[in-house]
Ligand binder design. Sequence first.
Ligand code: FUL
Length: 683
Amino acid sequence: CPSMKRTLSVFLLFAAACGRVEAPAPLFPVPNARQLAWQQLETYAFVHYGLNTFNDMEWGYGDTPASTFDPADLDCDQWVRTFRAAGMKGVMLTAKHHDGFCLWPSAYTEYSVKNSPWRSGKGDLVRELSDACRRHGLKFGIYLSPWDRNHPEYGREEYVAYFHNQMRELLTGYGPLFEYWFDGANGGDGWYGGADEKRSIDAKTYYGYERARRTINELQPGAVIFGGTCADIRWIGNEEGRAGQTNWSMVKGSGDERLNDFTCGESDGDTWLPGECDVSIRPGWFYHPREDHQLKSLSRLIDIYYESVGRNANLLLNFPVDRSGRIASADSARIMEWRRALDAEFAHDLFAEAQATADNVRGGARRFSAAKAVDGRADTYWATDDGVTAATLSLRFEQPRRVNRILLQEYIPLGQRVGRFAVEWLDGDTWRPVETAEEMTTIGYKRIIRFAGVTTPALRVRFGQARGPLCISNVEAYDAPVLLEEPRIVRNGAGEVTLAAGDTQAEIRYTLDGTEPGPSSELYAKPFPMTGRGVVKALVRDPEDRRTSAVASRGFDIPCGAFRVKELPDEEAVGLFDGDVSTVVYLPAGVAGFSADTGEERTFRGFAYTPDQSRWASGVVTRYRVSVDGRTAAEGEFSNIVNNPVEQVVEFEPLRGRTVRFEALSLAAGDRPGIAEFSVLTE
Ligand code: FUL
């Protein structure tokens, strides 16, 4: 019957149109709900605070009196307001570090805030911070060090019970937690209630991590666990904030002990264990006045963002709160600069107005079309047919656009898939690869590639290899402005000057005649010689919009690379004069100073000494004597050098001669004078 036939064909057509093309099957392992929610936080703060803060330590021994914990002006609202303004989504607090001192009045120990003068022993820092987080809409997490250098029973069963009891206090007393940290440093020297000895444990079995996991999952179902043997997330393998360019969220096995590659994960891993990058805004985790001048630069912090969040990891950025109980103002100012710079980089997604097409769309279905990769939604994605693991996504602008960033996201609820891709731009009729130092391998939750800017009507992403059909939830493109950070000016011992900008897209303009640099000043191309005295002034400039940075200025006296040092072989002596503070020279044991033959008679009028800048600096000279051809030119103290180990410049009455001698009369620590840099001032 023709009318029935017609009805049937209309029905079939309709069914085909509505027929749901199945989503790609999940490719295991996949994240659980907790891990997914955590991944979306991207950046959150870490706070290291405790007795170490007041005693200038990183790893307290466990015997520092609780009474030394005495912040005068502790203000968790100030911390949390700063973090929120910086775009951080949560805060992790060291409720107890390795020294065993508790920032909450634990019922199980006397070694806590309750025996400190702070808030007359009535304070609870875990409470104050968790309350502040709730007030300002940030998530809250806990670090509880398994290693406890104070506890008399550490190493024995009694301590394990204590540790679990404390965990319960923290899991039940302070509202919802988003993350729970078990630090990896375990066992060793400690005070241990006065035993003063070394205690070793087997971290895999001693702490009862399986039981801990059950407790945490039961009491805090939303908290991911870091560390231990039952982790949900993994350490990235360094404390520099750097994930691998290739970074799979999977690993083989779940415990740390089975992790082969912390930094890159494993493409054939059977466990979802995404990476977290923990790094401090200063060299130390705890506050030390001597690191006030070593706050990470803006460009370093921007790099950290790209090397963590931009490489499929989360960023846990530490703030060493100071002795007064506040984030030091330079640190808050820096992190706000960071926020502003990132906001400017990601201000306007150029792909939001681009036309997206793909050479393969799963079942031809609209639900999986290329447009889903640019619809701004995290729950939709472009997908390819089963068996299609290489395909191209093209993005065409209405007008040519300038682009230097691309951001890509996979739909990770179905697993991480992409193993290789390439980004190309259309130059006339030719597709050219973008210029970047990033290897385009994995994507995962988020990958951001910085590349040399191009102006183009279209870009395309060629996915070359994947573990299964592609599921791309999001691609974005940006035209990030040049980062206008003052350039760094360095001169080596041979008198060669190097200028460095924090952004490879920047141009550097400089002068050598003392005048202010401008757009028509010399363009810096490569290191240049400056063999006499003089001043270098330089700025960074955006060649496109012509904005400029502040001017950096550095004066130099004669280069000292040719000086001959009596007490040291030449290859060691170079470290004294090379302009590189990371090469520290320690004089041989029993040698208090060095004599430099400067090659010819000159009139000297001063010198500059820079001590070891490293975290565990030794040999810092606190009293000195300088002489010229045996006559004392200056003798004195480098006041406050321990707390503020910057370059020390000393001028003296001009003295003529050829040999300069620098002598350490006393040292802050160690018994061999350490010299990161030494130079002279001449007339
Ligand atoms: C390390 C600890 O030993 C450091 O002191 C710091 O807490 C860092 C975050 O983890 O393992």
